[in-house]
Design a protein. Structure first.
Ligand SMILES: Nc1nc2c(ncn2[C@@H]2O[C@H](COP(=O)(O)OP(=O)(O)O)[C@@H](O)[C@H]2O)c(=O)[nH]1
Ligand SMILES: [Mg+2]
Length: 230
């Protein structure tokens, strides 16, 4: 779980996650990556880690969501690695849609708010429109055929995660596109899993500044590819 200045939502989300995981048959760990939050995020997570062996705090210098996810993946131990936003806009019980498919051994399963069977609850129209516009650009420039590259809930088989994230360079919001681009390039199929997604307030995305940054990052993916970096 990448978390940046998440003192308002991280403890509730972590409590829901650990409660849910305690009811499961498989073993698990929860890694929260805080890269330089200026609020109480790290303190809250460390307190929870002291109480629960499954919870771990990783601290890094500030870099952005992509940077944080990379640190988390590299610090993990599981056979399957699941990225999860701190706002838990996908209710944690939906995790079973991913774990139920582990026997298929597919390399990458990504949460999708756009494929048949998915639902978005309470999302303001302007945010949905922004997302669709960005996705259209992403499909044109970088990864064709994926309806929702930006959903914060994604699952990777361990070997695939290590392979793909070791090549990931983009520190910000555009990292999802880069990761999926690298995955495709290496021949890993990407499967979209329809999820229920509940819009949460206090988004860290700044609509104008981040849209421009993300567009630049998507172009950077193409450029990196031309330069043979993947
Ligand atoms: N560690 C870390 N996490 C970040 C950073 N920026 C965003 N995040 C996390 O990325 C996740 C998604 O953020 P959110 O505000 O829910 O984005 P939205 O759902 O697209 O509006 C949350 O878990 C954030 O804490 C960052 O710079 N560092
Ligand atoms: Mg969110």
């Amino acid at each position: 779980m990448p978390a940046f200045n998440e003192e308002r939502r991280v403890s509730d989300s972590l409590a829901k996650i650990t409660e849910y995981l305690a009811t499961r048959q498989y073993s698990s760990e929860v890694i929260v990556v805080d890269d330089g939050s200026t609020d109480r995020t790290a303190l809250i997570v460390q307190d929870m880690a002291d109480e629960d062996d499954r919870v771990h705090l990783v601290q890094a210098v500030h870099g952005g969501k992509g940077h944080a996810c990379k640190q988390g993946v590299l610090a993990s131990h599981g056979d399957w690695i699941f990225l999860c936003d701190a706002d838990l806009s996908m209710p944690i019980a939906e995790l079973s849609k991913f774990t139920d498919r582990f026997n298929d051994n597919q390399p990458i399963l990504i949460g999708s708010r756009e494929v048949v069977g998915a639902s978005r609850i309470d999302e303001p129209d302007h945010r949905h429109l922004m997302g669709r516009g960005f996705n259209w650009l992403v499909r044109s420039i970088a990864v064709k055929g994926i309806e929702d590259t930006q959903c914060g809930f994604k699952c990777f088989r361990r070997d695939v995660a290590l392979n793909v994230f070791s090549l990931q360079t983009i520190p910000g919001w555009g990292f999802d596109v880069e990761v999926l681009f690298i995955a495709r390039k290496h021949g890993y199929p990407v499967i979209e899993i329809p999820i229920t997604w509940q819009y949460q307030e206090h988004s860290k995305v700044r609509p104008v500044v981040d849209a421009v940054k993300m567009l630049r990052e998507v172009c950077q993916v193409r450029l990196n590819d031309w330069r043979g970096r993947y």
